[in-house]
Design a protein around this ligand. Structure first.
Ligand SMILES: Cc1cc2nc3c(=O)[nH]c(=O)nc-3n(C[C@H](O)[C@H](O)[C@H](O)COP(=O)(O)O)c2cc1C
Length: 376
């Protein structure tokens, strides 16, 4: 049996295979509320046969959204909108569903990638660890004071409670790509002279405070992970050794997995090639002793299997590859000589690897039967 199609258990959740659909912003929300686009987008991915689908970076407060078109989980309207989307998806798929909690920090308030004009929409003032703009054409963020940090820690925790109520199976915290927590970790963005800047121990402090608050708010039986940078690709940025230290500190606080990504704290070239971030995941896995998810141009099933076989990661995440080919898991199963359950409605189109499934029968898992009950 291949490792890619073997199950993987974290706390009370067993993923049927190691293929994870990475979080992907859709810039399709209205006032933080998920829309019909999310029903279609998440619905079609939930029929793909992957082992886990992670919903996009979701703002824990309105100012924490990357753009005004991004999903939030900061009020009852956002929560109700996501509940509607999840109910439809759940009626037709049993794929475990995760969500990425995020605060965009000094990279918030942007336009949609498809919109013309300047990146920074100036829709709201930004906050960050230090008053240093991400780029020349971006706002200078206000340096977060203790009250602001407390507000954001509380917002992460409240959003985690909302996510628990929604019956999500897994949660991850975005601390990569230069967004707020990533910018606290990186000496490029963090020039503070208080207990939250300077030494590695100090730079870890705020992201760990957020992690602890979310772990306390999120049910103990459900897995919680973190997406972090293995490198900033910059001489003054986060180093792979610092990523290991962060992962160790997270593991000690009950973190179940780390997704190792990179970049986003500075405008700097990234040497992109297939599997370009895998060495960072492998280092974190080997030295921090935590389950690790590799991501970044892993689009070939044999490459994915080789990464797992070599012990470089426990899970494989993909974004662009599965947008391009939403049946990637079917094709990967065929390439690796595996079988995979596919919806019975699609059986006639499935590859030789496809098995019929009863997924279409609308029996949602227990936590979805009482949307207001679970998780508080
Ligand atoms: C459309 C799109 C949206 C993305 N949105 C997010 C996001 O919300 N959160 C995040 O951590 N990464 C996001 N990413 C990065 C991906 O999760 C992934 O790490 C990256 O694309 C590399 O993987 P790939 O080579 O398989 O695409 C996004 C990528 C794409 C293509």
């Amino acid at each position: 049996m291949s490792l890619l199609f073997s199950p993987f258990t974290m706390r009370g959740l067993t993923l049927p295979n190691r293929i994870v659909i990475a979080p992907m912003c859709q810039y399709s929300a209205v006032d933080g509320c998920a829309t019909d686009w999310h029903v279609i987008h998440l619905g079609h991915l939930a029929l793909s046969g992957a082992g886990l689908l992670v919903l996009e970076a979701t703002g824990v407060e309105p100012q924490g959204r990357i753009s005004s078109h991004c999903v939030g989980l900061y009020d009852d309207a956002c929560e109700a909108a996501l509940a509607r989307v999840l109910a439809v998806v759940r009626r037709h798929s049993r794929m475990p569903l995760g969500l990425q909690l995020s605060h965009a920090g000094r990279k918030a308030s942007t336009k949609r990638p498809s919109d013309p004009g300047p990146v920074d929409t100036r829709a709201w003032p930004l906050v960050g660890p230090s008053p240093i703009a991400f780029a020349d054409d971006r706002q200078v963020p206000a340096e977060l004071d203790r009250a602001g940090m407390d507000r954001i820690v509380a917002a992460f925790a409240l959003a985690a409670r909302r996510a628990a109520r929604l019956g999500l199976d897994l949660l991850e915290i975005h601390s990569a790509h230069g967004y707020l927590l990533s910018s606290f970790l990186s000496p490029i963005a963090n020039h503070r002279r208080d207990a939250y800047g300077g030494s590695l121990e100090n730079r870890l402090r705020f992201p760990l405070e957020v992690f602890e608050a979310v772990r306390a708010a999120w049910p103990a039986e459900r897995p919680l992970g973190v997406r972090c940078n293995g490198t900033d690709w910059h001489e003054r940025g986060i180093t792979p050794d610092e990523a290991v230290a962060y992962a160790r500190a997270l593991r000690e606080r009950g973190c179940d997995f780390v997704d190792v990504s990179s970049g986003g704290n500075a405008v700097t070239p990234i040497p992109i090639e297939p599997g370009y971030q895998v060495p960072y995941a492998a280092k974190v896995r080997a030295e921090a002793g935590i389950a690790t998810r590799a991501v970044g141009l892993i689009h070939d099933p044999h490459q994915a299997e080789a990464i797992l076989q070599a012990g470089q990661a426990d899970l494989i995440a993909m974004a662009r590859g599965i947008l391009n080919d939403p049946r990637w898991p079917w094709h990967a199963a065929e390439a690796l000589g595996e079988t995979l359950a596919v919806p019975s409605q699609y059986r006639r189109a499935a590859t030789r690897a496809g098995l019929p499934t009863r997924d279409h029968i609308p029996v949602p898992p227990a936590q979805y039967r009482s949307p207001s009950g679970a998780g508080d």
